[in-house]
Ligand binder design. Structure first.
Ligand code: ADP
Ligand code: C5P
Ligand code: MG
Length: 215
């Protein structure tokens, strides 16, 4: 298995994150809060590239990687995959893409994820920091209803795993959102509304102030 140090060795070969300096927005919220749905809209209107940590991990399982079975077991249990695996997938996806602005969806999901991001991408003072954190706030009953009717054949969209994912969200992911909130980076959105209404609020956050004045 590669390490975070190995992942950063591209610094020496020239295609490094510090050279690329991508613009990053974190998209966070509970399972089923609508992160993927809204990211698709943001991509269409604002030219970002969407990187879902969950999607990258599922692709890694499909690719037959040596970590595949471990990732699959973690996802089935609703647990967070060790950060070195996920951060490496994110770093690779960013460096391979010509775009320089990315929506990172479902990451960082716990303190360990956040620490890995800071060690690879730089800390809040000197390195690549998120422009802001979109936080989709949605009641648990609504998220549960959405996940149970998502119908994408996901092994973790069953009631047992969903309950475990909610517990992990409350215990491990909310503290990360709180951390960014203390840095005034969080833009909290009421995600219980219909898709179009949620997007209206999201759109306002991505529209530069000058454009708003001209509108
Ligand atoms: P996440 O990526 O946060 O887990 P998704 O974007 O995959 O969530 O959405 C979960 C399910 O809920 C999908 O079936 C999606 O179509 C639906 N959905 C997303 N946003 C809304 C919304 N605002 N109102 C109702 N259903 C929604
Ligand atoms: O975001 P999504 O619902 O696609 O995530 C599905 C699962 O992928 C999570 O429940 C978790 O098991 C795994 N995951 C992870 N680390 C992340 C994001 C997702 O382990 N940063
Ligand atoms: Mg998703």
């Amino acid at each position: 298995m590669g390490t975070v140090v190995e992942a950063s060795s591209k610094e020496a070969s020239g295609s490094s994150l510090s050279q690329k300096k991508p613009k990053v927005v974190f998209v966070l919220g509970g399972p089923g809060s609508g992160k993927g749905t809204q990211c698709a809209n943001i991509v269409e209107h604002f030219g970002y590239t969407h990187l879902s940590a969950g999607d990258l991990l599922r692709a890694e399982i499909k690719s037959g990687s040596e970590n595949g079975t471990m990732i699959q077991n973690m996802i089935k249990e609703g647990k967070i995959v060790p950060s070195e695996v996920t951060i490496k997938l994110l770093e690779k996806a960013i460096l391979e893409n010509e775009n320089d602005k990315f929506l990172i969806d479902g990451f960082p999901r716990n303190e360990e994820n956040r620490a890995a991001f800071e060690s690879v991408f730089g800390d809040l003072q000197t390195g690549i920091t998120p422009e802001f954190v979109l936080y989709f706030d949605c009641p648990q009953e609504e998220m549960e209803k959405r996940l149970l009717s998502r119908n994408q054949g996901r092994e973790d969209d069953n009631i047992d795993t969903i309950r475990k994912r909610f517990k992990v969200f409350l215990e491990s992911s909310l503290p990360v959102i709180e951390y960014y909130n203390s840095k005034e980076k969080v833009r909290k959105i009421d995600a219980a509304k219909p898709v179009e209404e949620v997007f209206k609020t999201v759109k306002a956050l991505f529209t530069p102030v000058v454009d708003k004045a001209a509108a």
